[in-house]
Design a protein around this ligand. Structure first.
Ligand SMILES: *Cc1c(COP(=O)(O)O)cnc(C)c1O
Length: 391
């Protein structure tokens, strides 16, 4: 299916709303039902029609159809955050006594669920470096129910070979979930590679304007129905109609934004690589990336997020550099119009900072939609203020 068709037409039913080009926001909590039999049918299967907006809603329905098509999946569910999508996707696929194999250092709130929530219910998790399939193979136990992936990871960009993991999991009857937020389905299609559930935050590239929060799960009809009927309805974490509308609006420009961000990222990466204050960059589509070949093989694009290591002898230098930026903001998240920086040392106690540890001198940069030269000038002046001309 053409991406342009999915984004501009699929799921939209314009003749039913005055041929408006933009869809209406059906801001309602409940829906009138005309017959007792229809009501009975909805009670039996809320997934079959409109009853109550905690379940299905027509504005959300448009978004669900587009997202499922983009993922090449039978169906999608849209949540009020990426974190709730992760929570529901995992919870629906484990029971007391089960075991999970997760890639090392998954997204904070996935890890929090594995470390804090699930152990209370007798579900344990083993973390493994996912760059080698053997590490996963060896971690599988008879009670392993789930393999949790994030490729690339959003800090160190480590990849997993998705087809190899999917083949392994299928042979052992294990469900696979991937956090595909870095790539989005435009740049990586996990479902086509055999992964069962593709998760992505919609807050980042889909929304694209840093003004709404959302999350997506995609998979088979049976899997989505299972999640809908239990965790989705039970946690009441489905997306609200207005937020769904913002995400439909974001989708219209997503390919264009990613293209632009990709071009900017390449320019900024080249600037950083050439700068004598920079020890190196970490970016999946840079030849220096340890898994460059795999990145080229399973991803159609990489953009936005990259990390770089500065030559610094103290935490103060990094602090000065970050606080000298005039346009690039310090903030969490990414995927919006605005460029953002996050220093690794913000997650360390000052006395823990060790300049000999390369990772402590890491900065994660998200390049947004600004002019690339505007961003490069900002980085340049902050370097100059921090380290002076001769450096
Ligand atoms: C932001 C993010 C999430 C969570 O999404 P929210 O919408 O913020 O809940 C999950 N995974 C990754 C990789 C993220 O960057």
């Amino acid at each position: 299916m053409d991406i342009s068709y999915i984004i501009n037409e699929l799921g939209e039913d314009r003749e039913n709303y005055y041929n408006a080009v933009a869809p209406p926001i059906i801001q309602t909590s409940n829906f009138r039902v005309e017959t007792v039999d229809a009501l009975k049918a909805l009670f039996q299967d809320e997934h079959s029609g409109y009853l109550y907006s905690r379940g299905l809603n027509p504005t959300v329905e448009i978004l669900r159809k587009k997202l499922a098509a983009l993922d090449g999946a039978e169906e999608s569910l849209v949540f009020n955050s990426g974190a709730s999508a992760i929570f529901c996707g995992i919870l629906a696929n484990v029971k007391a006594g089960d075991h999970i194999v997760s890639v090392d250092k998954p997204y904070t709130w996935a890890q929090r669920m594995f470390d804090v929530v699930l152990p209370r219910f007798g579900v344990t998790t083993t973390y493994r470096d996912g760059t080698r399939i053997e590490n996963f193979e060896r971690a599988i136990l008879p009670n392993t129910a789930l393999i949790y992936l994030e490729s690339p990871n959003s800090w160190d960009y480590k990849l997993q070979d998705l087809r190899a993991v999917a083949d392994l999991a299928r042979s052992e009857n294990i469900v696979t979930i991937i956090d595909n937020s870095y790539c989005t389905p435009l740049y990586q299609q996990p479902i086509a590679l055999g992964i069962d559930i593709a998760m992505q935050t919609a807050t980042k590239y889909i929304g694209g304007h840093s003004d709404t929060v959302g999350g997506v799960l995609s998979g088979t009809k049976a899997m989505m129905k299972k999640i809908f009927e239990s965790e989705f309805l039970n946690t009441g974490s489905g997306i609200q109609p207005f937020n769904a509308w913002l995400l439909i609006r974001g989708l219209r420009t997503m390919p264009a934004r990613l293209e632009r961000i990709g071009a900017t990222t390449r320019k900024v990466a080249a600037f950083l690589k050439a700068h004598r204050r920079v020890e190196g960059i970490l970016f999946p589509f840079d030849e220096s990336f340890p898994q460059y070949a795999l990145a080229r093989q399973q991803m159609q694009g990489a953009c936005g997020l990259l990390s770089f290591y500065v030559h610094a002898t103290s935490r103060e230098e990094i602090v000065r550099f970050c606080e000298s930026l005039k346009h690039i903001m310090m903030a969490v998240s990414w995927g919006g119009h605005e460029s953002l920086l996050l220093p690794k040392c913000a997650s360390l106690e000052p006395e823990q900072f060790d300049p000999a540890v390369k990772e402590h001198r890491m900065l994660r940069l998200y390049t947004g939609l600004e002019d690339p030269d505007y961003l490069i000038r900002d980085l340049e002046q902050a370097m100059l203020l921090t380290w002076g001309k001769l450096q």
